[in-house]
Design a protein around this ligand. Structure first.
Ligand SMILES: Nc1ncnc2c1ncn2[C@@H]1O[C@H](COP(=O)(O)OP(=O)(O)OP(=O)(O)O)[C@@H](O)[C@H]1O
Ligand SMILES: [Mg+2]
Length: 209
């Protein structure tokens, strides 16, 4: 059932939202039904929690409160959107999911990774993506791209460069230990990034065993 659940991860401005739109369009052209969603958020209740997390002062919450809010939002997102869609045989592509919590609240804010994984498993009944695409990009490039994009959801973008470097290193360390993660060079032009992603996702079009 989790065979059609993908997540996209990476720092600010890495190209997650851009690439999810391209991938969803490509899958729809293949005749698939695709739910493109995001975290924190994705359902009305989780979007309400999102506002608490992504707006306001950068020091508004500590890592523990962030982790609990993220997982409260995720529990609603999984129960009310992701699981029903997977059970209906649809594709679900989430813009950020579990690995963002591990990289931001874990590696960058210092929460214990084992505890965060246990919390994730409580929130989701143990749901992990079949494949996680990590878009990797040097931090200054990502922040420059994110600035160009604008928007008010900029609480995390306000963190120091050192914070974002910890996030990037955290994602790469997670990918080294997780066979379900694929690292893609997000510094390439968007068409090349999309081609690299398609090489990973196309084999998942085959019927599930
Ligand atoms: N491969 C690329 N090369 C150059 N610019 C890109 C590329 N991919 C996306 N961009 C541009 O960079 C900006 C950020 O991209 P996007 O919003 O997709 O990133 P994101 O990972 O979703 O960021 P955030 O984490 O802040 O939501 C956008 O203006 C987008 O058009
Ligand atoms: Mg985005």
């Amino acid at each position: 059932m989790r065979g059609r659940f993908l997540s996209f991860e990476g720092g600010e401005g890495a190209g997650k939202t851009t690439q999810i739109a391209r991938l969803a369009a490509r899958l729809r052209a293949e005749g698939e039904t695709v739910i493109a969603t995001r975290e924190p958020g994705g359902t009305p209740g989780a979007e309400t929690i999102r506002d608490l997390l992504v707006k306001g002062e950068t020091d508004r919450w500590n890592g523990k409160t962030e982790a609990l809010l993220m997982n409260a939002a995720r529990a609603d997102h999984v129960a009310r959107l992701i699981l029903p869609a997977l059970q209906a045989g649809q594709w679900v592509i989430s813009d950020r999911f579990a690995h963002s919590t591990l990289a931001y609240q874990g590696v960058a804010r210092g929460m214990d990774l084992e505890e965060l994984m246990a919390l994730h498993n409580i929130a989701t009944d143990g749901l992990w993506p079949a494949r996680t695409i990590l878009l990797d990009l040097p931090v200054p490039d990502g922040l420059a791209r994110a600035k160009g994009r604008g928007g008010e959801d900029a609480r995390f973008e306000g963190e120091a460069i050192a914070f974002h470097e910890k996030v990037r290193a955290g994602f790469l360390a997670l990918a080294k230990q997780d066979a379900c993660m694929t690292v893609i060079d997000a510094a390439q032009d968007a068409g090349r990034v999309a081609a690299d992603i398609w090489r990973v996702v196309e084999p998942m079009l085959r019927p599930l065993p």
